[in-house]
Design a protein around this ligand. Structure first.
Ligand code: X5A
Ligand code: ZN
Length: 670
């Protein structure tokens, strides 16, 4: 299944023709730089190239008014003076005689991508476009945007392909108010945007960009704003929003298509955004969205800024675009550098968002109240003061010189994606390589029985190959799961590498866990002990077991993923314990899919020998096939939610990524 790249150089052929400090960052180089990065890295060649087309009037009228379209259509014939005047009625935007043409191509590129994905020609893709779209409104240009590429794409997909629900994730650092307005009262389009807000001091400075704009009428609950009230947000802040807000809602919503307003001005080094998330975070944002909607994901470029940081710094931008496309192509995601817990300001926003949406989403039913408003008020004043002082001293708050970040790990995909250790009589699943015992364990021959000793030596060999970048992940059928785990954990521990052990279902406390923290075990099951006893063994008890998908989903997003990301393992060992509290195949596949975001995708799945039927769904997920949806999730059991909440509260002392609300005392940032 392939990835589309939609691009046309024509979209670089317009520019600012007069002096306007607000608009000078919007230059053709923003687009060429993104495209060149993909060409130079060899990624462009791995994508299916889809040509752009011009959007028709009918396409544009899906979102915009006839008057506005007619007005924009006149711009190619305007004199420079008329263009300037035309521009003045809007905010932070300019027009050039070729703007209209490029704007129709930008919309057309998004629609070509939707066609490619919806017809199944490709699995997913990215459209590199200019002008961007998410600020433009029914009858107005705004923030460099002329037509709302993504909003039109959502409507077009619904109309042409009869799909019901579209999820739009806007990770650009600006609020896409145009997208919000387009779907405010529409429950079929769920829009989530995070954006630099600073209590309404940051452009576009709108009251309605705050967390309490949840949508209107039937669309109430389908507009989710996560305002950033401070700059300098990091990887942990972004991931916390995904774990505690976006993923639970997105899975409950169950979209038929995912669209991303992919702006990269939310990355470190961008002079507008001033955030500190590093480029590899986009691999994770992408990965976490890739198994929704059966993998149908279209990313459309918004603002790929940060190229004029004291000259011509293209690194952050090119790295961000490249990791996004790598992930779409199915490459393992690099481990996020220097992951810290969310800061107080981010937690406050997350808490507010969850509280504001409590009545609309069952995953938030038990979310905490909104924090008392004085936390924010106090801080905003302090912040204002700092700002004024700085400005008086003549230090521009905008100056961000000397920002550095580590280069993302090179994640070259290993030659073998998925290796299986299964008995001869079980057919090798499609796209997987049978890992032969004889080749890798000295004392064995191919004819020898598929006994536990043999399996265990091949598992150790297989993990060695994962370390050497020869194999990405693996699946083994074993006689005794806890016995098979021991040598793998021991092997990794000896190399001083952290192993995340995830057990699904089954009974009993795990034995063989080292006590030095080189393994962290999370055990989700009906029978798991109610209280955690050891720091590195975390039992997660679900009343009806893993067969209750909503409970498992809640545990996965709110507990397992944040724990896993914070622990940052070098290897994930996922065990499907035998027994009756079994997760559904779909839920299991999603879990296998989500956990591949950790440890550069190095994951070994252990399955009880009798559960042969699990081989095929598991290997499909390991080899990166698009996964079936979970369906619209019902509310989780109140008892489960309460138990998970108690556990989360207890653990959040040690695990900062588990936090979903701001600390009551102090309120000053950490
Ligand atoms: C698409 C986009 C930003 C406009 C900033 C105006 N527009 N100061 O990121
Ligand atoms: Zn932006």
């Amino acid at each position: 299944m392939e990835t589309a790249l939609v691009y046309d150089e024509e979209m670089t052929r317009y520019k600012l023709l007069w002096l306007d400090p607000d608009c000078e960052i919007e230059r053709p180089e923003r687009l060429t730089a993104s495209h060149e990065a993909l060409v130079r890295s060899g990624l462009a060649a791995r994508c299916v190239s889809i040509p752009v087309r011009q959007a028709t009037d009918a396409d544009i009228l899906l979102i915009h008014s006839e008057e506005y379209l007619e007005a924009v259509k006149k711009t190619p014939y305007m004199t420079l003076e008329d263009l300037r005047e035309f521009t003045l009625q809007y905010g932070a935007v300019y027009f050039h005689p070729n703007s209209y043409h490029c704007a129709t191509l930008a919309v057309g590129a998004a629609l070509q991508l939707v066609d490619g994905v919806m017809t199944g020609r490709v699995r997913n893709g990215i459209a590199l476009v200019r002008p961007p779209g998410h600020h433009s409104m029914r009858s107005a240009a705004s923030g460099f945007c002329v037509f709302n590429n993504v909003a039109i794409a959502a409507k077009y997909a619904q109309q042409k392909y009869g799909i019901q629900r579209v999820l739009i994730v806007d990770w650009d650092i600006h609020h896409g108010q145009g997208v919000q307005y387009a779907f405010e009262d529409d429950p079929s389009v769920l829009y989530l945007s995070w954006h630099r807000y600073e209590h309404q001091k940051f452009w576009p400075e709108l009251r309605e960009s705050d967390y309490d704009s949840v949508g209107k009428d039937k669309g109430a609950g389908f507009n989710i704003n996560v305002p950033w009230n401070k700059v300098g947000m990091q990887n942990g802040d972004y991931l916390a929003v995904f774990c505690h807000v976006l993923l639970p809602v997105a899975y409950e919503f169950c979209p038929d298509l995912v669209l991303v307003c992919a702006g990269f001005d939310s990355a470190i080094g961008d002079p507008e955004g001033e955030m500190c998330a590093t480029p590899e975070i986009f691999a994770h944002l992408t990965h976490l969205l890739m198994n929704l909607a059966g993998g149908k994901l279209c990313a459309v470029l918004e603002h790929p800024a940060n190229i004029f940081q004291g000259g011509y710094n293209l690194t952050s931008l090119s790295q961000s675009v490249c990791v996004t496309v790598q992930t779409l192509l199915g490459y393992p995601a690099p481990r996020p550098a220097d992951l810290q817990g969310p800061c107080q300001s981010a937690l406050e926003s997350i808490q507010c968002v969850r509280a504001a949406h409590r009545k609309y989403w069952s995953c938030f039913k038990h979310a905490a109240e909104a924090p008392p408003s004085d936390i924010s008020t106090k801080r905003i004043k302090l912040e204002e003061k700092g700002r004024e002082e700085k400005l008086q001293r003549g230090e521009g708050v905008e100056s961000k010189d000397g920002v550095t970040w580590p280069e993302p790990q090179k994640c070259v995909p290993p030659p073998v994606r998925t290796a299986v250790v299964i008995p001869e009589d079980v057919a090798s699943p499609e796209g997987c390589k049978r890992f032969s015992l004889s080749e890798h364990a000295d004392s064995l021959s191919a004819e020898e029985d598929f006994d536990d000793d043999a399996v265990m030596s091949s598992l150790t060999a297989l993990v060695g190959k994962m370390e050497n970048n020869e194999i990405c992940n693996g699946l083994a059928l074993v006689g005794d799961i806890s016995m098979a785990m021991a040598p793998v954990i021991r092997h990794a521990t000896a190399l001083k590498q952290r192993v995340l052990v995830v057990c699904v279902g089954g009974t009993g406390v795990l034995s063989h866990l080292p006590e030095d923290g080189t393994a962290l075990a999370v055990h989700v099951s009906k029978e798991a002990p109610e209280e955690p006893q050891l720091k590195h063994y975390i039992p997660v008890r679900l009343k009806n077991g893993c067969g209750h998908t909503s409970g498992l989903a809640q545990a996965t997003f709110g507990l397992l993923l944040p724990l896993a990301y914070e622990y940052d393992p070098a290897l994930v060992l996922l065990a499907r314990m035998p027994g009756t509290d079994g997760a559904s195949d779909c839920a299991w596949q999603q879990l296998v899919g989500l956990l591949q975001g950790l440890a550069r995708g190095r994951m070994l799945v252990l399955i009880q020998r009798d559960d042969k039927a699990l081989v095929s769904p598991t290997s499909a997920s390991l080899s990166g096939s698009p996964l079936p949806c979970l369906g619209r999730l019902p509310a989780p059991l109140a008892e489960d939610v309460e138990a998970l909440e108690r556990l989360r509260r207890r653990l959040q002392v040690d695990w900062l990524l588990l936090r979903t609300s701001a600390q009551k005392s102090g309120g000053e940032d950490n």
